[in-house]
Every structure is written in C-alpha cells, then in structure tokens.
Design a protein around this ligand. Structure first.
Ligand SMILES: [Zn+2]
Length: 261
C-alpha cells in the first residue's frame, strides 16, 4: 500500500454529501433502537447548522459509557463514514453505553474545508467558545455524564499512516497498542519518530505531555480531558490513502478499543 501523492499542500481527496450521510446515519440509528437527539441553546436556535446531533445507546447491563465524535474538520470524511459503518454493522459490546456525535462541523463538509463556513477551526475553540457550533456542543456536554473513555475520529493529510494521541494521566489500562495492532492489517501505520511535530512514544502512538491550562486554543480532546473523561484518544487516519482504507482504519481501531474495554 503506497500513498496516493495527491494531497501535497492540503486535502484534495474524496468529498461526501454530509446531509445525505447524516440522513442515513439517523435512519440506521433509529432502526437499531438508538435515541436521536438534537440540541441547541435557545439563543442559537436560529442557526440550525450549529445544532448538536447526538446518538445514544444503552442497555440494561451497560456499566461503562463511551463517547465518540467525528466530523469536526470538514475535510476529513472518514470519521462520519466510520460512524455510519459501525451503526449499520450494529455490533456493539452488550455492557457499554454509547454517545456519538456523528458530525460536529456541518458547514465545513460542503466546502471540504478544515474550518466551518465562517473560517474558524472548531477544534481550537473549546476553551472559551465563540462559534455557535462549539457553544452548543459544550453546553450539551455539560448535560452529559462523565465518560469512561472518549474517542475523537480525525484524519491527517500529511501523515505517513494511521496514528493516535493518548491522554491517560492516571495510567489506566491503555487501549493504544490494541488499536494500532488492529489497524495494521488494514492500513499503514505512521512509524515516523516525529509525527505532527510531536515525538512518537511508540510506533503510531503519541502521548503528549500537556498542560491544557497553558494552552489558549483547546481542541475538543482537551475539553473532554478536563471536564468529562480521564482517558481520551484522538485517532488520525491518513488522508493520502483511498477513503475506504481510512474508514477501515477508524472502524478497526474503534472495534478493538470497544472489544478491549
Ligand atoms: Zn482533524
């Protein structure tokens, strides 16, 4: 498997019809008994593209709660597609409750831009949110319980393969190597010692030493880590490979993580 070499100064690959995809996700979710939620703050209700869309699933035996989000960058279609695939396949551990936000940036996808339609990178807006999307998302997250683990699904057009970030300050049992091992048969792993400017802890795994309080521009994962979970993963599929391979990578990682929890 070699890189396509198409994405040299940004993402120029496949695009998706996000509204069609969200319609299919909603249909699949409802068919399999999920609860579909749409949330907006009253003062932002005039802007329906900034609503939070969320899916919830719990069972009588669920004693752990997992959060998954996708689509915060409009030039990263694999995340929302991976959510669709997992919903349609409908293979979930019986004892895990799930909350999924299938697309956090609905105006970025039609433009195939990382940012939303007003040009803001939503994944840098979580400390003092100014965009309606993130204001809604943070207000909604405040109504949610804590999560045993959180997964943010992303892509990186510069990477040499799949990789992930782990935030695990309490040294809980790590899911990182399990996910990388599950991805390896379906997608290359970024084996570089330096990925996205950060030292790779082990092949494809970055464990950033961060103090979120020192950073003004929080990504979603920092907010989750500060307020909602003590085990957070950001998964990065490599955009310079065909879209089905990137979707396979994210689905394989999530299946392995859910299976191991
Ligand atoms: Zn991203």
């Amino acid at each position: 498997m070699k890189r396509l070499g198409h994405n040299v100064s940004g993402y120029s690959g496949e695009t998706i019809d996000i509204h069609g995809l969200l319609g299919r996700i909603e249909s699949a979710a409802l068919a399999f008994g999920w609860r579909w939620e749409r949330f907006t703050l009253p003062q932002l209700s005039h802007n329906s593209t900034a609503d939070v869309l969320a899916l919830h699933r719990s069972t009588a035996t669920s004693h752990r709660h997992i959060y998954i989000s996708a689509g915060i960058h409009g030039d990263e279609p694999a995340g929302p597609l991976a959510v669709e695939r997992m919903l349609i396949e409908n293979r979930w551990p019986a004892d895990v409750a799930l909350t999924i936000c299938p697309c956090l940036n609905r105006t970025g996808f039609p433009l195939s831009t990382r940012e939303n339609a007003t040009g803001v990178d939503l994944n840098r807006d979580y400390r003092q949110p100014r965009t309606p999307e993130v204001q809604n998302h943070v207000a909604w997250l405040e109504t949610q319980p804590s999560f045993d683990a959180a997964f943010c699904l992303h892509e990186d057009w510069e990477s040499q393969g799949f990789y992930l970030y782990e935030l695990n300050p309490d040294n809980r049992p790590s899911l990182a190597q399990t996910m990388v091992d599950a991805v390896r048969p379906v997608c290359p792993i970024d084996e570089s010692p330096l990925i996205d400017g950060r030292e790779s802890h082990s092949h494809g795994i970055i464990v950033p030493q961060i103090d979120p309080t020192l950073r003004p521009d929080w990504p979603e994962a920092f907010y989750l880590f500060q307020k909602k979970t003590r085990l957070s993963y950001t998964l990065e599929a490599p955009s310079d490979w065909p879209l089905p391979i990137r979707v396979n990578a994210l689905v394989a990682a999530m299946r392995a993580a859910l299976g191991a929890m």
